[in-house]
Design a protein around this ligand. Structure first.
Ligand SMILES: C[S@@+](CC[C@H](N)C(=O)[O-])C[C@H]1O[C@@H](n2cnc3c(N)ncnc32)[C@H](O)[C@@H]1O
Length: 252
């Protein structure tokens, strides 16, 4: 069990990119043991449905390989491998502790021959161009300050005709839900985190990073700017979360 961490993190708007990356690494290495439980509990198990929705949209046609970027404890990797028996999956994350936890889960499911978890940075993926039919990231892009660079890297390793999939939480704009969500993120969630997480400040960061994440249209435009085509947006649970899918065109 992790030792409790008594921390306060500055707002994501007040730190440099390098400081933010340091914060993210520290946070995820201190909350690992409770990460899965709190994900399911704080999202009322919606995170499971959101990942399943993402997996259903995947299409394997050439390399039969899926890359899970910022894979954490490997939930998306496991869901994809369970649904598509013929694929192999690679999960990459830069926090060792999250990967170790993921490896235990992969072994328990008997998927260790089909899922490889490795340490790797989303900004410099250690793979050749055009290696995967699908490259996905679940709840990871929000934690990466240089999002455009991460999207370009994901696109580089995707085969032409393949898909880049980004599942991420956003701050709802509907005025009624916005108020409810604001109260949840800023008042209820920190209290629950204080009760259950070894590092409650990580959940202040969660609220802060969601509120400072681009709105779906702006994010879709960023995906198009990197060269992706046919970008589609799928709102999930009233738009609390979005799945964005972009396709790599031939010849890119
Ligand atoms: C909220 S967790 C999501 C984990 C998992 N994808 C899921 O669905 O639960 C965010 C993950 O992103 C990872 N991460 C953040 N920035 C990264 C980067 N530049 N390269 C690799 N992993 C990164 C963190 O280490 C953490 O495990």
């Amino acid at each position: 069990m992790e030792k409790p961490v008594d921390r306060k993190y500055p707002s994501v708007r007040a730190v440099s990119e390098a400081e933010r990356i340091g914060m993210v690494k520290e946070m995820f290495s201190t909350i690992t043991g409770k990460y899965d439980f709190l994900n399911h509990f704080l999202s009322l198990r919606r995170d499971i449905a959101w990942r399943r929705f993402t997996v259903k949209k995947m299409r394997f046609f050439k390399t039969m390989r899926f890359l899970d970027v910022a894979c954490g404890t490997a939930d998306l990797s496991i869901d994809a491998a369970m649904k598509y028996g013929g694929i192999s999956v690679t999960g990459a994350d830069f926090v060792f502790e999250m990967l170790e936890h993921g490896k235990v889960k992969v072994e328990k499911k008997g998927l260790d021959r089909r899922i490889t978890l490795m340490q790797g940075d989303a900004l410099e993926l250690p793979f050749r161009d055009n290696s995967f039919d699908v490259v996905g990231i679940a709840f990871g892009i929000r934690n990466i300050p240089d999002r455009e660079r991460a999207l370009k890297e994901m696109l580089r390793v995707t085969v032409p005709g393949g898909a880049v999939m980004v599942l991420e939480m956003t701050f709802i704009q509907n005025p009624l839900f916005k108020l409810v969500y604001h109260v949840y993120l800023n008042h209820i969630l920190p209290r629950l985190a204080k009760r259950f997480s070894p590092n409650p400040a990580a959940y202040h960061y969660l609220a802060d990073s969601i509120m400072n994440f681009p709105q779906p249209d702006a994010f879709a435009a960023m995906m198009e700017k990197t060269g992706m085509v046919n970008v589609t947006k799928h709102p999930l649970t009233f738009g609390v979360t979005y799945l964005h899918v972009g396709v790599k065109p031939e010849g890119l």
